[in-house]
Design a protein around this ligand. Structure first.
Ligand SMILES: *[C@@H]1O[C@H](CO)[C@@H](O)[C@H](O)[C@H]1NC(C)=O
Ligand SMILES: *[C@@H]1O[C@H](CO)[C@@H](O)[C@H](O)[C@H]1NC(C)=O
Ligand SMILES: *[C@@H]1O[C@H](CO)[C@@H](O)[C@H](O)[C@H]1NC(C)=O
Ligand SMILES: *[C@@H]1O[C@H](CO)[C@@H](O)[C@H](O)[C@H]1NC(C)=O
Length: 644
């Protein structure tokens, strides 16, 4: 397949690698809707992101940067070149969706956070608009085939347009194109609205839960065609106005909301993605609608982690509805790289921020462990000593009360494209008390596109209403219906599945050894192939990497804010450690199958030169980093790069 395709033009090449276009699916739309109404709720949904299917991918081509798994000879495996910058072979996409279809059918909806085309990473094969669109159409068909009758909420990724990262104000050719390509996903009454901005929402459980798909291209700094969210002329401003109006309506209807987007609101010195004006407003929205918003989810970065948005970082002006345009020096920190890169500084800064989270006083720790936070009896409360009461008061003031309402969480999932290893994530959420409504489609006529009713002053905007004083904390903060309970992170070990190592009996040619040098470090010494070598791959499957509740290290009873903050604090914490062995023993047994081996080799290994830097041990930090890199870093590499 691949060789013939390469001889053709980009567009034709795509056509020959992809299945022939199927007939439009309008006719099945209706039956899908009916099917959805009849499905029971399972209390689970799936998050998939960053597929990056690449029809030019060639098995056993070079993973070298110039070759991008399109040519040359090298270790690019049958189902993808793990830990490389190559994109996904179609075989990986197919196998992933087959696996999902057979193993994850009990899900209520799918959130799909963008980048469904290959990267523009090969000068010899520049992308074309048609190829980007065909690639997305291919993924739409895959999604519809895999999840018949299940609501799917897509998002625009920065590689779903051409040139990547750059999207001018809508309506434009791209929003019109995706209004067509995502016809089955975007509710009819929002199609016009979608063309106006590339954002929409879907009531995945009618009248109960809506997923809002944001177009983060209008929030990021490196989209040169737009300029933040301060000026009413900017699409970022319009998007936030739309979001504010919708969130207000959702609040009035008692509907809860999950926000999704492609590029996460990462904001560290080492990496900042969003324009600060957008970050400020969005974060203010998160604070004001904290009774409505369940959580937010992103892709793009390919590293599994989470962020806390701290409402203490809101400017006084923002809180008063005033906003100035960005200072020029705040802009342009991010360069226009093809692959999102995160330096180790990013992780270390995250840890430093979290290390400042205050430790809860003893009595609160206990209450949290017993799951009775905020629900302690009067007796329990009066039993506290005066000193303890004072400590508690101080702590709670600092955290925004017992539910940590000073923060919001953004979950960032790793990708299907194996820049590390392919991953998927299944969330569990609380469906107690929800009756499946009879009708899937709600006919809500008052959801009209918002027409702006603001003053013309560039500096002013409407500050959303906060939750009513009598409102209980929202599902993001205290466990209740629609709160997230946990997620299970899955990964496919391509090193194992591709099974494409030489067995060591053959001797390499000079050329192959040369290849080996290029790839050293990336593939951990994985060897290149000659084309005659055709090993049998192992059975393709995803495995559980970790489960936030069952896991010994994270061990989160649910994903509400007090527990997430507690995890962040533990990750940021440095525990004095005498011999380094104690904390090793408490690590997850399910996950760290390689740990025993690592541990043994560690015992015999002392690096005296680095003693000062490595005298602390922290199991949650180690687990966090290990998971961020989807298990592809050894304990040694983690220690060397990040300390723990
Ligand atoms: C992937 O699946 C499509 C059907 O959706 C099929 O036409 C195509 O041949 C498959 N490609 C590979 C490489 O498995
Ligand atoms: C689910 O929500 C109900 C209230 O709606 C609550 O009683 C229950 O404890 C919640 N379950 C979990 C696992 O948080
Ligand atoms: C490689 O060598 C081992 C032991 O020397 C032998 O058992 C095995 O069959 C060899 N494999 C091949 C493919 O020659
Ligand atoms: C993947 O499989 C390889 C080969 O079996 C193994 O050495 C490696 O530790 C595995 N990696 C992960 C993250 O499970």
């Amino acid at each position: 397949m691949g060789v013939r395709c390469l001889a053709l033009t980009t567009l034709l090449a795509f056509a020959c690698a992809l299945p022939p276009a199927q007939s439009p699916l309008n006719d099945r739309e209706h039956s899908d809707v009916v099917a959805a109404a009849q499905r029971p709720l399972y209390g689970r949904f799936l998050h998939m992101t960053d597929f990056h299917p690449d029809p030019f991918y060639q098995v056993y081509s070079s993973t070298n940067e110039d070759a991008a798994c399109h040519r040359g000879q090298g270790p690019a495996g049958i189902y993808g070149a793990e830990t490389s910058e190559c994109d996904s072979p179609i075989a990986l996409v197919n196998k992933t969706m087959e696996w999902v279809k057979h193993h994850l059918h009990d899900i209520d909806f799918v959130v799909w956070t963008g980048d469904s085309a290959r990267h523009d990473n090969d000068e010899e094969l520049p992308r074309t608009a048609d190829a980007v669109i065909s690639s997305n159409e291919f993924m739409v068909h895959k999604m519809l085939d895999t999840f018949p009758g299940i609501p799917i909420v897509p998002t625009l990724g920065n590689n779903d347009i051409l040139p990547h990262n750059v999207m001018a104000k809508a309506p434009n050719v791209w929003t019109r194109t995706y209004a067509r390509v995502w016809k089955q996903f975007i509710p009819e009454f929002q199609r016009h609205q979608f063309e106006q901005g590339g954002w929409h929402y879907v009531e995945v459980i009618p009248n109960q839960l809506a997923v809002f798909s944001m177009n983060t291209l209008y929030f990021v700094k490196n989209n040169a065609a737009v300029d933040g969210c301060a000026s009413p002329d900017e699409p970022g401003y319009e998007q936030l106005e739309w979001l504010r109006v919708q969130l207000q309506q959702m609040r009035e209807r008692g509907v809860k909301v999950i926000l999704i987007g492609h590029q996460p609101p990462i904001r560290q010195e080492a990496k900042t993605l969003w324009d600060e004006t957008c970050w400020q407003k969005y974060t203010l929205w998160l604070r004001q609608y904290r009774d409505v918003i369940v959580t937010s989810m992103y892709g793009h970065f390919n590293f599994d982690h989470f962020l806390l948005q701290d409402f203490a970082d809101l400017d006084e002006d923002t809180k008063r509805g005033r906003m100035h345009h960005n200072e020029p020096e705040l802009r342009g920190v991010d360069n226009d790289e093809v692959h999102p890169m995160l330096s180790s500084d990013y992780w270390l800064q995250l840890r430093a921020t979290w290390s400042e989270l205050p430790e809860p006083p003893q009595s609160l720790r206990l209450a949290m462990a017993e799951n009775e936070l905020g629900w302690e009896t009067d007796d329990q409360l009066t039993a506290l000593t005066k000193k303890e009461k004072k400590r508690r008061k101080k702590y709670l003031k600092h955290m925004g009360g017992p539910y940590a309402e000073r923060f919001a969480t953004s979950f960032v999932s790793a990708s299907v494209v194996p820049n590390l290893m392919p991953t998927l994530r299944v969330f569990e959420y609380n469906i107690s008390g929800i009756d499946r409504p009879k009708q899937h489609h709600t006919t809500i006529s008052h959801h009209r596109p918002h027409t702006r009713s603001l003053s013309n002053s560039k500096d002013k905007f409407t500050v959303p209403e906060p939750p009513s004083k009598s409102a209980p904390p929202g599902p993001a903060y205290s466990p209740q219906t629609l709160s997230l309970i946990k997620y299970i992170q899955y990964y496919a070990n391509l090193t194992y599945i591709n099974n494409d190592f030489h067995d060591g009996n053959r001797s390499e040619t000079e050329d192959q050894l040369e290849d080996l040098k290029w790839d050293a470090g990336k593939h951990h010494g994985k060897k290149p192939h000659d084309r005659d070598f055709k090993p049998q791959p192992n059975k393709f499957k995803y495995k559980v990497q970790y489960d936030t509740r069952e896991d010994d290290v994270y061990h989160l009873k649910d994903l509400t804010m007090p527990r997430i903050v507690d995890l962040a604090r533990r990750i940021g914490e440095f525990e004095a450690d005498n011999d380094g062995e104690e904390s090793l023993d408490s690590w997850s047994k399910h996950e760290d199958t390689d740990l025993d081996a690592d541990k043994k080799s560690k015992k015999h290994k002392k690096r005296p030169g680095k003693a000062g830097k490595h005298t602390k041990r922290n199991a949650p930090w180690y687990a966090f980093i290990k998971r961020a890199f989807v298990g592809t870093k050894s304990i040694q590499e983690i220690e060397d790069e990040f300390g723990y």
